[in-house]
Design a protein around this ligand. Structure first.
Ligand code: ATP
Ligand code: MG
Length: 1166
């Protein structure tokens, strides 16, 4: 689990000076010391970071630390420069506020290190990616380059920045770096030619001499020995802990990363070498006969080598060191330089050369690191500028540097102290006014345009006549004497007259950080920053592109007689621009403190630190913070940020934001003294309260995150569950369906089995019953038969017995009779032989009677047997009939139905496979197979035919339909009525035979006819007088019939259709037709038209159709007969068609026989 840390946890001393109890300078220093002794080098005053230089490397800048401070609240962890960098970066990225990080402190306090830490932190936390990494790398690598050329070892700092640097790092909306812009301020160029004791020249000289290869040095005409160069101080050439050779390699590598081309690097090194060479040029005096002092170069070897390096003509440079040309408006005056002047000129050139090279380097780096996109950038500015300097001997540079620090202090005052107070007033918060020192008055002393020190200096520099540093001091003594922060021995202010700590050639300024004594010597020179024009012109003439660029004023074509702006003026302008720039940004302060003068770790020199605490105004800073409130925020964002801490404000507060915040604070039970409600903001007195809120918020956020997580997980699980459920239902449905199907099939087959068993059983039962019944019936029959047989036999036997008995009786009787008869006979014979005959007859008669009786009995018995047999057969027949009723009759119907069904199926399938083609004229139809289907077969044939006719018709397009309609109509009119008709059936009705609309010949005629032409054909117009034909174009339209000349296309006659009453044609194969006109109409003046055409059938059909569709007149009647009357002018002429012999080919001839008859002879058709 993550360990929760806080600024307040495990605090050594107090992490935020605002929380210091009791607050005094001593307790402040004690707290600093306590923390410093425990390696806690950072302490807050509210949002300001105090940084103590540990002078040793501490393990607090590791990547782990970066991660620890990343995206953490400012007060959450123990004070660290990373917390400030993170805060600045996040408010730049998230709140779109441009930031500036102002790092101040005296030389060696750790400003440059702090700026590098800020940059490296931002580089570590901002976006990644190939392009972004390249930008980051370039931005970071600009530092070693600038440090090599702009830093030097001083007594205060082994790596002291001898220039001010302000770097704008530009970011895109995501917070990824896009590039940057570096501004440099006032390089301490005097260091190039002279360094104070114990100090060095700029690092690059030493780095070049110890780090460059022999080959490079040879090319640069240099020796590795530092002592060979006048400009390099010897006593501190080697600095412990500083590896110049390794640093040279670093610088070369950095230049390459930043984007310097190899030839550019070479040019730069050549210039560095040239500066060294320049320092070695020495002069000796030479007196001229005219008494003027001149100088000569002692040893021209260095000059020569330098000229070779820069491609300058030696004589040109030599002359420039010997003469000075002053150009006035009209004249040019050359004066010789004495030795001192020559040295001055040399040093001026060296300083200019180096400082211009430095400016060029900054410009070149800017070119490389500038943002490529033109979109709006967010900017984070990092200002690492020289701190306040109070040396024993303070000159122009210190004056300028301290002026800059005054301005920075002013900004600090403006933005923190004054604005804070003003805001409290604005917000209506109770405020006990804190008195603080506003250094605007000192700034005014220096920069005032009228009587400021810089203005005085410029004025003195530009003034004609003799001007010296002393005259400048005099001027200050008069102008600034009354100023409370200006002190000078010779000022009119009598109180300094006896102040022996104030030398005569000095003035003292009471800076906000303390009093500084400035010696005026060199002020004028340094402000003028004069480089003789001869030298700049000589430089311009160099055959070296970089040198040429650096001295543009040397171009003779652009000679500018105006003085260049003074150093003071330039600096004031650039400081003013810087201030304006800083004022637009949200400031973040890092106040660096130097713990001791020895550059040693663990030493806490109290007096030194007390001095810095004072002049940095840190106590004042704390007091303001404590008197006021550590944190403020407008109600809306405050409520927005903390509303989740209270149930009443979460998730939405409907009322005013302030009321919401009040509810929130009451709910959280924050003590009333811990906060105040301003007009638009809440002011929280203590960072602890703020942190309490933040902590609660963080917890709450965690709870909310858990809630969101819970809801999301719930939602996810629920969706998953619902999906599963849905799927399960689908699967279950399918499975159930499958199972039910299976079950159903099982049940069905079981049912079928059971059913079949049951049915079988039932059937068997029935069968058994039927069989039993049958058997019973058979048995009955048999029994009856037997019984009847028995009866019959018994009867027979009885009858036989009877008969036999009767026979026996008869026989006995006969015997007895016989005996009797014989006895009788004998008796009779005896008695009367006479009676013998009577006895014999009697006996015969009695015998006959017995035989007859026997025969009857036999017949009767035979008849009874026959009756029994017939009875038995009848019974059998009856049983069979019963049986058929129960079984055979039912099965028979089923078999019958099935057979019929099968027959029908076979019939239909056969029919389907043998269907005739879809042509309506196809007469084929498969033969029927069963007689009983006769009716259905014929009906199917009829239906099929109707259906294919319908199919055939449905294919017709409208035009084709119209054609067929016409053909149909022609058939209705002419079929079986005119012999010409059959030959026309196969001819298509083309209508426009002349293509009248396309043929240009008939264009005029076509135009003359208004309506659409329905038919265009050439017809023969029969002359009414002689029966001869003339060719005419026949054009019927919907409104009229037009006859036109075939050759000229001229309209001969136009008969409106209403005037046309009927058309007469013959029954024969000729093409004659008469158009009969309405009597009395205008068209009928010349009489009816007798015409002949090859397309008679089509013409008449078309005319008939036009009549059929017209609504305004009666339908045209068509008269088909071989004799009809036509009206020719006044005469009614009979046109008669006769069958002629086929002479002159098959042509039809027409002759006017007399006034009343016109005969048309039509050849008989074969
Ligand atoms: N945070 C730090 N940790 C370790 N050493 C530091 C730190 N800050 C500064 N130093 C040491 O102090 C030296 C001086 O620091 P730095 O160059 O940043 O001072 P400075 O304020 O820029 O001075 P100057 O105004 O002269 O440029 C560094 O070279 C380094 O050795
Ligand atoms: Mg520095």
């Amino acid at each position: 689990m993550e360990v929760k840390t806080s600024l307040l946890d495990n605090m050594i001393g107090v992490g935020d000076m605002v929380l210091l109890e009791p607050l005094s300078e001593d307790s402040f220093l004690e707290n600093l010391k306590k923390r410093f002794d425990h390696s806690e080098i950072y302490t807050y005053i509210g949002s300001v970071v105090i940084s103590m230089n540990p002078y040793r490397s501490l393990p607090i800048y590791t990547p782990d630390k970066v991660e620890e401070y990343r995206n953490r609240n400012f007060y959450e962890l123990s004070p660290h420069i990373y917390a400030l960098a993170d805060e600045a970066y996040r408010s730049l990225r998230d709140q779109d506020k441009d930031q500036c990080i102002l790092i101040t402190g005296e030389s060696g306090a750790g400003k440059t290190e702090a700026s590098k830490l800020v940059m490296s932190y931002v580089a570590a936390v901002c976006g990644k990616g190939q392009e972004v990494n390249k930008v980051k790398e370039q931005l970071l690598q600009s530092n070693p380059v600038l440090e090599a050329f702009g830093n030097a070892k001083t007594v205060r700092n082994d790596n002291s920045s001898r220039f001010g640097k302000y770097m704008d790092i530009e970011f895109d909306f995501k917070g990824d770096p896009l590039g940057g812009v570096i501004s440099n301020y006032l390089l301490e160029k005097s260091r190039v030619v002279k360094q104070p004791r114990g100090e060095r020249n700029f690092h690059v000289f030493y780095q070049l001499l110890s780090g460059a290869s022999d080959d490079t040095l040879k090319k640069l005409r240099l020796h590795r020995d530092v002592s060979k160069y006048n400009y390099l101080s010897l006593d501190s050439a080697v600095v412990s802990g500083l590896d110049d050779a390794a640093n040279f390699r670093t610088v070369r590598n950095a230049m390459q990363i930043v984007g310097f081309m190899e030839d550019e690097v070479q040019s730069v090194l050549q210039l560095v070498a040239a500066v060294l060479k320049l320092g070695n040029i020495e002069f000796k005096p030479e007196s001229r006969c005219n008494g003027t002092d001149e100088s000569r170069i002692k040893d021209k070897n260095d000059l020569k080598e330098m000229c070779e390096l820069l491609g300058i003509e030696q004589s040109v440079l030599e002359r420039a060191f010997s003469y000075r040309t002053v150009e006035a408006k009209l004249e040019k005056v050359s004066t010789t330089l004495n030795v001192a002047q020559a040295y001055y000129a040399r040093d001026a050139l060296a300083k200019n050369l180096y400082s211009r090279l430095f400016t060029w380097l900054v410009t070149r780096i800017n070119e490389s690191i500038k943002a490529q996109t033109k979109t709006r950038h967010k900017v984070m500015g990092v200002l690492d500028i020289y701190g306040f300097e109070i040396f024993e001997d303070n000159s122009f540079e210190q004056f300028i540097i301290n002026y800059c620090n005054e301005k920075l202090q002013q900004i600090f005052i403006e933005l923190t102290l004054r604005e804070e107070q003003e805001e409290y007033v604005r917000e209506g918060i109770e405020w006990t006014n804190i008195e603080y020192f506003n250094n605007a008055v000192i700034c005014d002393l220096i920069e005032n345009n009228k009587n400021g020190i810089l203005a005085m200096l410029d004025e003195e520099c530009l003034r004609p006549g003799t001007v010296t540093d002393e005259t400048f001091l005099d001027k200050l003594n008069t102008v600034c004497a009354e100023h409370q922060h200006f002190e000078s021995r010779l000022s009119k202010n009598s109180k300094f007259l006896t102040d022996h700590s104030l030398p005569h050639n000095c003035f003292r300024i009471q800076h906000y950080a303390g009093k500084v004594l400035y010696r005026v010597e060199g002020f004028m020179d340094k402000n003028n920053d004069l480089l003789y024009r001869d030298l700049s012109q000589a430089m311009y003439k160099a055959n070296h592109s970089l040198i040429k660029q650096l001295f543009p004023e040397g171009n003779p074509a652009k000679v500018n007689l105006k003085r260049p702006p003074t150093a003071g003026f330039q600096f004031r302008a650039s400081v003013s621009t810087l201030m304006k720039n800083l004022q637009t940004k949200n400031p973040n302060y890092i106040r660096c403190i130097k713990p001791n003068d020895k550059k040693a770790p663990h030493i806490f020199t109290e007096s030194l630190i007390r001095h810095q605490v004072r002049y940095l105004g840190l106590m004042e800073n704390v007091r303001v913070r404590r008197a006021g409130y550590a944190f403020r925020q407008t109600y809306e964002p405050c409520l927005e940020r903390y509303k989740m801490l209270c149930k009443r404000t979460w998730p939405h507060w409907r009322g005013r934001a302030r009321e919401g915040v009040e509810v929130l604070m009451a709910d959280l039970q924050v003590p009333a003294e811990e906060f105040s409600y301003g007009r638009s903001k809440i002011f929280i007195r203590n960072p602890r309260t703020l942190f309490f809120l933040e902590e609660r918020r963080r917890q709450c956020l965690q709870d909310l995150a858990t809630l969101i997580q819970k809801i999301y997980r719930g939602w996810k699980c629920r969706s998953h569950f619902l999906l599963l459920k849905k799927s399960q239902i689908v699967v279950a449905a399918w499975y159930r369906r499958y199972a039910q199907q299976k079950k159903y099939q099982r049940i069905k087959s079981a049912t079928t089995v059971v059913q079949s068993y049951a049915r079988g059983w039932q059937a068997r039962k029935l069968l058994r019953e039927l069989k039993y019944q049958k058997r019973c019936e058979e048995a009955a029959t048999t029994i009856a038969a037997y019984w009847h047989g028995t009866q019959a036999r018994m009867e027979l036997r009885r009858l036989k017995q009877e008969a036999r008995s009767k026979h026996a009786v008869t026989v006995i009787w006969a015997y007895w009779q016989g005996t009797k008869a014989r006895r009788e006979l004998r008796q009779l014979k005896e008695e009367a032989r006479n009676k013998h005959a009577v006895s014999v007859i009697w006996a015969g008669w009695q015998g006959t009677k017995a035989r007859r009786e026997l025969r009857r009995l036999k017949e009767e018995a035979r008849r009874k047997h026959a009756v029994a047999v017939i009875w038995a057969y009848w019974q059998g027949l009856k049983v069979r009939r019963e049986y058929r009723k129960f079984f055979r009759a039912h099965a028979g119907k089923k078999i019958y139905d099935f057979t019929i069904q099968r027959i029908m199926q076979k019939y239909f399938l056969g029919l389907r496979n043998n269907l005739p083609s879809m042509s309506p004229i196809d007469k084929n139809w498969p033969a029927r197979t069963y007689l009983f289907l006769d009716g259905a077969h014929a009906e199917l044939r009829r239906i099929f035919h109707l259906w294919r006719c319908k199919k055939y018709r449905s294919q017709f397009t409208e035009e084709r339909k119209a054609v067929y309609e016409e053909k149909l109509e022609a058939s209705e009119i002419f079929k079986d009525k005119k012999a010409l008709y059959p030959s026309s059936v196969s001819q298509p009705f083309k209508g426009d035979y002349l293509e009248i609309s396309k043929n240009p010949k008939y264009q005029k005629l076509n135009n003359a006819v208004d309506e659409k032409v329905l038919l265009a054909d050439v017809v023969n117009k029969i002359n009414r007088a002689n029966g001869k034909g003339t060719a005419r174009i026949f054009l019927p339209t919907k409104k009229s019939v037009v006859l036109a000349d075939q050759k000229t296309g001229q309209v001969k006659a136009s008969v409106p259709l209403p005037d046309l009453t009927s058309v007469s044609v013959s029954t024969q194969s000729d093409g004659f037709f008469a158009l009969k006109l309405k009597e009395g109409s205008a068209s009928a003046v010349k009489g009816d038209f007798l015409l002949s055409s090859e397309h008679l059938i089509e013409i008449i059909t078309k005319l008939h159709r036009i009549g059929a569709t017209a609504t305004d007149r009666e339908q045209l009647s068509i008269d088909i007969s071989d004799e009809f009357l036509v009206q020719f002018k006044q005469d009614k002429v009979c046109v008669k068609f006769v069958q002629g012999a086929p002479k002159n080919g098959n042509s039809v001839s027409c002759k006017r026989k007399n006034n009343r008859l016109l005969e048309v002879s039509v050849p008989a058709t074969a």
